[in-house]
Ligand binder design. Structure first.
Ligand code: GRG
Length: 299
């Protein structure tokens, strides 16, 4: 469904504000350049502060806003999610994984700092993420514990790491739709779902709201990955800021469903995400617009 001009403008403003609040908070969260050891801090900042869309952090802010939580408090978990995401990009780009050359419009970290420093920077970013959760002011003990647990679970064997491993061992093999969905709901979807869960925990959402927003995030995360497959197939590196054609040896949604079939799948998932928001009425409009943005994204 095409968005009205008013919704588009409102979302653009929300994305700009959210991105700039998250960028500032990320900058403040890390030791400044030149801190010891300088090479490590340079490497951490290189990927973390490069121009990402900050969509996962924005999902934390938007789900917290929906539950009428404090934006100030939500910025801590939003930064944590973006730190985990940046760590995963650094590792994913390594020669032993996707062997990428371009990320966020710049040369991948391991080609600038060497593989060893890139791996260390990724591990340091993961630690910085949990430090954020531990030090975010204004959280009750129970919420802090649950935030820690949700984020750890999203990264682990039943999340990004598990999905990535199955993705790597499936390279060069023909997969069916069920296995492909497993890979992507873990490798990509898990962090979107965690982002929504973190935002709801900060906002103190009620169980029925949590259930609905989990459904929203699950559909959004998978739709996001399918649009990523489409962009790998036909996107423009000038616009996406990353290599095209890296999925050449992998089975993608485009291989299994064709371009039109993959687009239809995205439509179905975005429609399901919008349906999950219906109980919230107008309060859910930013998240609904965000889903529309994912449907039409070119970067
Ligand atoms: C220990 C955190 C950790 C991970 C280890 C390497 C790995 C396991 C998982 C890889 C996960 C991964 C990179 C999935 C791809 C997700 C994806 C579509 C990334 C692109 O996201 P965008 O477009 O990127 O939101 P920007 O640059 O805008 O942030």
């Amino acid at each position: 469904m095409a968005m009205s001009r008013k919704s588009t403008e409102e979302l653009q403003r929300y994305l700009l504000d959210g991105r700039s609040a998250i960028d500032d908070a990320l900058d403040r969260a890390l030791p400044s350049l030149g801190s010891t050891p300088p090479a490590l801090h340079e490497a951490m900042r290189y990927t973390l502060l490069s121009p990402g869309k900050r969509l996962r952090g924005i999902v934390v802010l938007a789900t917290c806003d929906l539950a009428r939580g404090s934006r100030e408090v939500a910025l801590g978990p939003a930064c944590a999610v973006e730190m985990v995401h940046a760590a995963s990009l650094i590792l994913d780009d390594l020669p032993c994984m996707d062997d990428a050359t371009l990320r966020r419009g710049q040369t991948v970290l391991h080609k600038v700092s060497g593989e060893a420093n890139a791996i260390l920077a990724a591990v340091a970013l993961l630690n910085a993420a949990f430090e954020r959760i531990a030090t975010t002011p204004g959280l009750r003990d129970r919420a802090r514990r649950e935030l820690t647990q949700q984020l750890a679970a999203a990264i682990g064997a039943d999340g990004l790491i598990g999905g990535q491993l199955v993705d790597l061992e499936s390279t060069g093999r023909r997969l069916d739709l069920e296995r492909l969905e497993y890979i992507h709901s873990h490798k990509t979807g898990a962090l979107f779902t965690a982002a929504a869960e973190l935002g709801m925990l900060v906002g103190g959402a009620r169980p029925r709201e949590v259930e609905a927003l989990r459904r929203y995030a699950k559909n959004l995360g998978l739709a996001f990955q399918i649009t990523d497959d489409l962009l790998d197939y036909s996107g423009d590196p000038e616009t996406t800021g990353k290599d095209a054609g890296l999925d050449r040896d992998k089975t993608t949604f485009v291989d299994l469903c064709g371009i039109d079939g993959a687009r239809r799948l995205v439509d179905d998932l975005i429609d399901a995400a919008a349906t999950a928001l219906q109980p919230f009425g107008r309060k859910g409009r930013i998240l609904a617009s965000l889903a529309e943005f994912v449907r039409g994204r070119d970067r």
